[in-house]
Design a protein around this ligand. Structure first.
Ligand code: GLU
Length: 293
């Protein structure tokens, strides 16, 4: 097994950590120990409207309580917008970036109208309607007006990106007890947003830039992010960044079989602690001890 690997736990401070985060952090810690490696903490706070300092403080408190250590300084994404702008400029110089003006709501409404008239609209792996191009939603004059007067989202021209590479990217997946090469499916995401109107980057772009800058060897995260890896390995190839291995682990579900959400207090680590739970009980609740994730 390779030694001295570098891992990261990368929560967003937009709500309290829950049992699913605990499982992720614990597996990261175990992998770092197994490889005599390092565990870094990254605060993914590009969405400055939803991320709060009190949630960041709670992340530190919860991890510390669980017995998970991390190295300092912590990388906080909101302090590195320039690095993401540089990556975006490189993609733009390859002619792979398109401007778009239709809002998410307009795309959703267009998809709903199409579905109502019997034409189901393709959706991305997260269930959001794919962006069909501004021209499918807005008239030409309106597009021109918005391009001139309003901030725009920047999207990856995914088809052009694949054409430029000439082959479909792949990643190494070591989750689920196997070691496999996975063929990416970036087209399933359509033309993903690389920078939002109000934020000069996106989750996909910043995660890829940071995993490379922080020298991450193995990304350990929940299975909900498995489909996003198709975009991540495409961006890594385009930007010529080293590709980490990926280990996607099972998710913890609620009683109704749904993914845990930050708004459900009963599974929040802080609420569980206040109700008297011990770190050992949290480990047990996540199923961490008895699973090889
Ligand atoms: N910041 C993401 C989250 O909190 C995780 C990103 C990742 O691990 O790639 O869901």
């Amino acid at each position: 097994m390779s030694q001295h690997r570098r891992f990261r736990f990368a929560p967003s401070p937009n709500g309290p950590l829950h049992l699913g985060h605990a499982l992720s952090a614990l597996i990261n810690q175990r992998r770092a120990q197994e490889t005599e490696g390092r565990l870094l903490l990254r605060i993914e706070d590009i969405d400055t409207t939803r991320c709060r300092p009190e949630h960041e403080d709670a992340i530190f408190r919860d991890l510390d309580w669980l017995g998970i250590g991390w190295e300092t300084p912590v990388r906080r994404q909101s302090e590195h917008f320039d690095a993401y702008r540089d990556a975006l400029a490189r993609l733009d110089a390859m002619n792979l970036v398109t401007r778009s003006v239709a809002s998410r709501r307009e795309i959703r409404e267009a998809a709903a109208r199409a579905a109502a008239s019997g034409n189901p609209w393709p959706r991305d792996p997260d269930g959001a309607p794919l962006f069909p191009g501004d021209a499918a939603i807005l008239d030409e004059a309106e597009i021109r007006r918005r391009l001139q007067d309003e901030p725009q989202a920047l999207r990856l021209d995914t088809k052009a990106a694949l054409a430029r590479l000439g082959e479909i990217p792949r990643w190494r997946e070591t989750g689920f007890g196997a070691d496999q090469e996975i063929v990416a499916d970036p087209l399933s995401w359509g033309d993903v947003v690389l920078a939002r109107k109000e934020i000069p980057t996106s989750y996909h772009l910043s995660v890829v830039v940071d995993d490379a800058l922080q020298g991450i060897d193995e990304v350990v995260r929940g299975r909900d992010l498995y489909p996003a890896t198709s975009i991540h390995c495409l961006l890594q190839e385009l930007l010529k960044l080293p590709a980490p291995d990926y280990r996607h682990h099972r998710l913890i579900l609620d009683d109704d079989g749904r993914k845990l959400s930050k708004s459900i207090a009963s599974t929040g680590l802080g609420s569980l602690r206040e109700a008297g739970a011990t770190p050992a009980e949290i480990r047990k609740k996540t199923g961490f001890e008895d699973c090889s994730p």
